[in-house]
Every structure is written in C-alpha cells, then in structure tokens.
Ligand binder design. Structure first.
Ligand code: ADP
Length: 486
C-alpha cells in the first residue's frame, strides 16, 4: 500500500487500534500489507494482554504481599510491645533486686556495727565492774573513795541491765509478744512519780547545770487510761535521752490534752512531750533515728554510749498504745519529742491545779514501823536492809515462805511485808495467801523479776497489794511502801 498508518490505543483492559491505508497497488500486495498490519495488531494485543495478566497477577501479589506485610508489621509491633513490657518488667525487678540488695547490705552493715557496738557497750561496764570491784578490795581506801567506786560499779551494772532490757524488749516487740494491759491512772501521780524518778537519777544528779521541769497542763485530778508500764517505758527512754544529750539548760516533761486546752468530752487524746536544750538532731535524721541501731555521731570529741535501740522500742510502744511520735529539733538548738496516747482521757475538770515544777521531798521516818522482809538470798536481803536503813524502820527477816507465815502469825504489829516470790519450802504466792487468811489488812509488796508480767499478775491475784520489779529501785520501793503504810 502506498500509505499505512497504525494508531494503537490503550485502554485498561481492551487493547485496540486503528489503522488506515491507502490502496493503490495490486490486490495481493494490498492483502499482504493488511495481513502484516493485522498481524502486528494481534501481536500488540497479545503483548498487551500478557502485560495486563502480568499486571493483574502483580496486583494480586501486591495485595497478598501487603496483607502479609501488614500481618508481619502487626506481629513485629506486638512483639515490640511485648518486648518493651518485658524490658519494663525486667527493669522493675532489677530495681527491686537492687533495693533489696541495698537493704541487705545496709542491714548487714548495721548488724556488724550493732555487734561491734554491742560488744563495746557490754564490755565497757563489765570492765568497769571487774576493775572497780578489785580496787575497792584495797583496805587502805578512804570511805569517800569507796563510795565513789561503788557508785561507778552501780552505774556500770545499771547500764548493762539497760542493754539487756532493750535487747529483750525489742525481740519481744518484734515477735509480737507484747500485750496491752490497760488501767486507770491519775495524771498528777503518774507524772510526779516520773519526775521524782529522774530527780533521783544518778546521771541527772551529775549534771548540776541542768534543770528538770514538769509541766502538766491539765487538771491535776484527771484520770486517764492506758498501759501504765508501757507509757512509763516510753517516757523513761525519751527523758533518759534528753538528760543524756543535754549538758546544761533544761529538760522539760509534760502533758496536755491534744489540740486544745480544755477537755470538751470529745477530745480524749493526751499529748505528752519531752523537751530539752541539748545538742539537737539534724533534720535529715528525724525519721531514721527511730530505726534500729541508728546512732548519730554528734561530736567525735564526746562519745555517747547507747545501742541505738531506745527510740525504736519507744516508737513501737507508742504505736502499740495507738499513738504517733514525732520531733522538732535542730543541731545545737535542743529537741522536742511529742507523742499521743489516743482516746485515753477518762475524766477531767478543766485547768485548775495545773502543776509545774513539783518537787517532792524524800524523807521518811518509820522508826515506829515494822517490816517483814521475806528473802532467801543473803545478798539481796542485805541490799534491802541497806536501802531501808535511812528510814529507821524496824526489820524482821524470814528466809522462806513457811517461816514468813509463822513470823506474821506471831507478830500482829507488822506494818508491811516485802515478799520474794521464788522461795524454798513455800513460795511467795502461797505464803501471801496464808498470811492474808489471818491478817487481811497487812500490805504485801511482791518482789518480781523484770519482764515477768505473769508473776506480777499472779502476785496481785493471790492478794499482794503491789509489786516492785527486781533489781529494786530504792526510790520506787520507798514510795510504794509509803503509800501502802499510810
Ligand atoms: P541510744 O541508745 O544510742 O541513745 P536511741 O535509739 O535512744 O539510742 O537514740 C538514737 C539516737 O538518736 C541517739 O544515738 C542520739 O544520737 C539521737 N538522740 C536521741 N534523743 C536525742 C536527744 N534528746 N537529743 C539529741 N540526740 C538524740
């Protein structure tokens, strides 16, 4: 053909084209040209078709690939999430482990410092006792010197006893063996007893620039209820510390109704406080001083004794009474310890009779009285006799329960009996019961061992009027005797 032209078109699915030719030659030639063009068109169509199928396949492939990819991505994301969770968990566990390790290391350190501290605290008084008992055997010593050295031995014994008591108390508290024994008390009496106890305390007596103040901001005749022994122990610890860590100035003890001056029937919480003008406590230690074995190295030039258990016991006891304890203090500016005894006020009548700085004179003259001391141990009998010497009281002595009953029976003028509990032949409980059968009015004070609450309870059950714990505190004994012989 003279002219052939091909116009291929493309559509998405159907290939088609248009061609034109202008004929001129012979028919055969024309036909062949047309067939060539048609051939070309068919080839193009086939090619196009193939491409389209391929495209279709590719599309499908793409779709499934994308689905797979999405699935895969989701899985990876999930996995990532899981991994992140696991990493977080791992980090959390690592943190806990690290904290536990630190606690374990800290308590290990505390334990060893406690042991070395304990061993030092125990050795010091033992050495004192051994050393000075050797010295006082020297016959050429003057009386003054003898008294001085005996006082040292006494102080050493006292501090040893405190260490043992603290260790026992803490282990009792921690093994939850401490139970409450609530009773009613008169505020004035309780606080003045405490005040008197410290007025006669050896450490306080040594500090002549230190004043002990009592500040009861509540009616003197108020009655409150709590566990007397535990409250006593809390205050003894806090006041003992205040005296220990204050060289001059004051130590003030007191109590009032919490949040307000007046008892209005609803506010029944008592607030106790122990303030001092001593060396103070840095703010960052306000919480940790209540932890076991924690002691502050206040000043390396003056080493204070102590195991670091007192405040731990104190805090636990306050909690046991249902209260809270806190402090205000700054180094060199003194300390103020406060604690509450909730729901403890039973009766009060306003603010009249507020007491401050009560001083009780301890001077007894019982030369017209007769006491029966029932004690099998010779040393302990001599000790009691010495304690009572200044009162000029007349003494009869029994070495077992049976003898005590006989003597009490024959001497109707006995004014008071000091009864030991563990005795040969007949124990103190039985002897008291027998004596009370024929002389109900004679007051009996049982001497019980420290920390044996059962003994104390039992002694009251069998008829004793009061008890005092061994080792016997001279002041307490005299005070109890005075009350019972009135
Ligand atoms: P310690 O037997 O060592 O006195 P505590 O548990 O009673 O043990 O007291 C812990 C520490 O708190 C003491 O070592 C002392 O550093 C400090 N502390 C306690 N009370 C006072 C106070 N009134 N003034 C200054 N520091 C005190």
């Amino acid at each position: 053909p003279d002219f052939v032209s091909l116009f291929p078109f493309q559509s998405l699915s159907i290939p088609f084209g248009m061609f034109a030719f202008m004929g001129g030659g012979d028919e055969k030639e024309n036909l062949s040209s047309i067939s060539i063009v048609i051939n070309q068109i068919i080839n193009m169509a086939i090619e196009k078709l193939e491409k389209l199928t391929l495209l279709e396949e590719l599309k499908e492939l793409n779709i499934s690939f994308e689905a797979k990819l999405q699935e895969r991505t989701k899985k990876i994301l999930d996995y990532n999430k899981q991994l992140k969770k696991e990493i977080r968990e791992r980090k959390r566990i690592e943190k806990i482990l690290l904290e536990e390790k630190e606690i374990a290391e800290k308590s290990e350190k505390m334990k060893s410092s406690f042991l070395s501290n304990m061993s030092h605290e125990i050795r010091t008084p033992i050495n004192g006792i051994l050393g000075f008992s050797e010295i006082i055997r020297n016959e050429h010593l003057l009386n003054d010197e003898k008294e001085k050295y005996t006082n040292i031995i006494k102080a050493c014994g006292k501090s040893l006893l405190k260490i043992v008591d603290d260790a026992i108390d803490l282990s009792k508290i921690e093994s939850e063996q401490v139970h409450l024994n609530v009773e009613e008390l008169q505020i004035t009496k309780f606080m003045t007893d405490l005040y008197d106890f410290f007025k006669n305390d050896e450490l306080f007596k040594q500090k002549d620039k230190l004043e002990l103040k009592l500040n009861i901001n509540i009616s003197g005749s108020s009655i409150f209820k709590t566990d007397k022994k535990k409250l006593w122990q809390i205050l003894i610890n806090l006041i003992g510390n205040a005296i220990k860590y204050t060289e001059e100035g004051f130590v003030e003890i007191g109590c009032r109704i919490k949040d307000g001056e007046c008892f209005n029937g609803t506010n029944k919480d008592l607030l106790f406080f122990v303030k001092d003008s001593g060396i103070g406590i840095p703010k960052e230690m306000h919480e940790s001083i209540f932890d076991r074995f924690v002691k502050i190295e206040h000043d390396i030039s003056k080493l204070y004794g102590g195991t670091g258990l007192g405040l731990t016991i104190t805090k636990n006891l306050v909690r046991l009474l249902g209260g809270e304890i806190w402090l205000k203090s700054e180094p060199t500016n003194g300390s103020e310890f406060y604690f509450t005894v909730p729901d403890s006020v039973v009766l009060t009548n306003g603010l009249e009779n507020s007491i401050s700085n009560v001083e009780l004179k301890e001077k007894y003259n019982w030369n017209n009285k007769l006491v029966l001391i029932v004690e099998d141990d010779e040393m302990r009998y001599i000790y009691l006799r010495e304690i009572l010497k200044s009162t000029k009281i007349n003494i009869v002595h029994a070495i077992n329960g049976k003898q005590a009953v006989d003597i009490a029976f024959k001497n109707s003028d006995i004014d008071l009996i000091l009864m030991d509990i563990k005795l040969p032949e007949m124990d103190g409980y039985e002897a008291t019961q027998k004596i009370k059968n024929f002389r109900e009015s004679v007051p009996v004070i049982a001497q019980t061992a420290y920390a044996m609450a059962d003994d104390q309870q039992k002694s009251i059950q069998v008829g004793c009027d009061d008890y005092i714990t061994k080792p016997i505190n001279r002041y307490k004994l005299l005070k109890t005797m005075e009350l019972l012989m009135k």
